[in-house]
Design a binder for this molecule. Structure first.
Ligand code: AMP
Ligand code: MN
Ligand code: MN
Ligand code: MN
Length: 277
């Protein structure tokens, strides 16, 4: 059982890296990638837990990148977390996130939401603040009934708490992952609201830029979307990745390692560029 996309408290997951690994091991996962947003701070703790629980840990990351004016997510799998280019680039992203958090709080204040920055900081276990931390605070304060609603009403484009992403380019992200000896995979391609034409132009560009694969089976795709992405992977000759995008037990419909089977004609990324052993 292979799960190549998960989050811990090092970004916006709710389990500590050690607990995540333990739960994955209990669920029967044999190889697990920890892919926190723009951050590798959880990897060392996860590695220790993996050694104790006889599970293979793949050091990973989910980079926020820009393409054609939008934010995309790029997975880096099997990265060397000590790479100095990576360390420098991630510090810049952390600085942007810090600034963005203040901006989000300021904008929310304009519509009468008080102390959102303090609230989000309390939800985050580290100094990496994401929209999920704001979302949890806003739900707790009764500004929306659940996580979905809070994004829809406050945190997405066109809504009062939205701040435009200023992440590295897709090209820079792929190069950074390669410099860190990792494998670059486009995360959850069906989650960007791209038309079929636009999505195919993205895949074409990913090919040109040397990306190593696309996430075909995702915990945040429908079964139909998995099938569609399998077809795109075959059309473009991309190896296929799979991951739950697990963020914690509070979303019980997403479980560690529980994924529908990948299309039989796809080449799994662990039989192409990614070493798991
Ligand atoms: P950030 O990188 O700080 O902009 O936050 C992105 C994260 O917010 C994603 O990885 C999800 O965990 C969460 N997220 C984004 N959009 C939504 C949404 N519409 N509903 C629920 N969670 C979302
Ligand atoms: Mn997330
Ligand atoms: Mn993502
Ligand atoms: Mn994710």
């Amino acid at each position: 059982m292979i799960d190549l996309h998960t989050h811990s408290t090092a970004s916006d997951g709710t389990l500590s890296p050690a607990d995540l690994v333990l739960q994955a091991s209990k669920a029967g996962v044999t190889a697990l990638a920890l892919t926190d947003h723009d951050c590798v701070a959880g990897i060392a703790e996860a590695q220790l837990a993996a050694d104790k629980n006889d599970i293979k840990l793949i050091p990973g990351i989910e980079l926020s990148v820009m393409w054609s004016g939008r934010t995309l997510h790029l997975l880096g799998l099997n990265i060397d977390t000590s790479n100095s280019d990576l360390t420098i680039a991630l510090q810049k992203v952390l600085d942007f996130r810090r600034w963005r958090a203040k901006e989000i709080a300021r904008k929310l204040e304009d519509i009468g939401v008080e102390n959102a920055l303090d609230g989000a900081r309390k939800m985050a276990r580290t100094d990496l603040i994401g929209r999920s931390h704001f979302a949890r605070h806003l739900v707790e304060q009764g500004h929306a009934k659940d996580f979905r609603q809070v994004f829809k009403r406050f945190l997405v484009k066109g809504k009062p708490g939205h701040v435009r992403g200023e992440w590295m380019s897709l090209e820079a992200g792929i190069n950074l992952i390669h410099q860190s000896s990792g494998v670059a995979v486009l995360a959850h391609p069906a989650r960007y609201n791209l038309s079929r034409t636009k999505l195919r132009s993205l895949f074409k560009e990913l090919k040109t830029l040397g990306a190593d694969g696309i996430e075909v089976v995702s915990g945040c795709h429908s079964k139909d979307e998995n099938q569609t992405m399998a077809q795109h992977a075959l059309d473009f000759g991309f190896p296929a990745s799979q991951g739950s995008d697990y963020h914690g037990p509070d979303k019980p419909w997403v479980q560690l390692g529980r994924l529908p089977p990948m299309h039989y004609r796809c080449t799994p990324i662990w039989e192409a560029g990614l070493k798991i052993s």
